[in-house]
Write a protein that binds this ligand. Sequence first.
Ligand SMILES: [Zn+2]
Length: 323
Amino acid sequence: MRRLICGAMALLMLSSPLPAMAWGFYGHRLINRMAVFLLPPEMMILYKPQQGFLMEHAVDPDKRRYIVKEEGPRHYMDMDHYQPWDSIPASWSKAIEKYGEDSLYKHGIAPWWIQIMMGRLTRAFEKKDKAAILKLSADLGHYIADIHVPLHASSNHNGQHTGQNGIHGFWESRIPELFAEEEFDFFIGKANYLPSVSAMAWRVIRESAKAADTVLSEEKRLNGMFAQDGKYAFEERNGLLVRQYSSAYSKIYHRQLRGMVERRMRASIQMVANCWYTAWVNAGQPDLRSLAPLPFTPADEREWENMNQQWKEGAVKGRSCTN
Ligand SMILES: [Zn+2]
């Protein structure tokens, strides 16, 4: 019986495209890692030795979706639900007044959530709380990267309304995994102070929403002219054969998008560094050399262990990128 179930599961893995994790684990880790290089020396002293931590925990917010129901809506916002965009209040309390909390959570709250996380990170710098600075920096990097993904700003987030199921992971996982290392330019510059993180977050999510049409229509166009038996290929991944968009199909799609994935990834890296830097400046530029050497507690370790367990075994609470 057990063997039968395992067989059925393997078949499932074989017939469905890889589940998506918003920029994929690869993309989120890369974005947090590269953002460190943009920081000034006064911050580098803390962030550079912790680059491994910031990478490893870049995906905690996605894992947390398996534990906390409220987590999912922090990663996206269905901008097509709102018209005109100018009428969306930038302030969270005004948004609650206007739409009500249930409706807001239903359609995603990412730009507001970034504001809340910025406040928390700034307070952590003020308190010189090393563990909180690192955990919040890793988390904030994740949410900022997510709002740069066009399909995180559309209710048709996995092409489910247009017969393009799987496109979410195609854009944000498959393309970076195939092309980032060889082709993307990560020479970006340095972190800049943001006078208004809120204004920046709203600008980014609007850009993403505008790009969502291109992401969907270009794939539809390619699908129409590409031989269907060459669209997918089986590749080995963690010891399992998985159905993926083929390299040939991915390459043409990437070309049709004219560097969009690279541009959004570079913009993500820049904004992550900008926000870390801005929180530190707003906290009065505390001296980061004098922080305690051992920041994490057994409670932190237990939380991460539980999160990893749930993520491996459980199901996403709320919207997932695959449905
Ligand atoms: Zn996410």
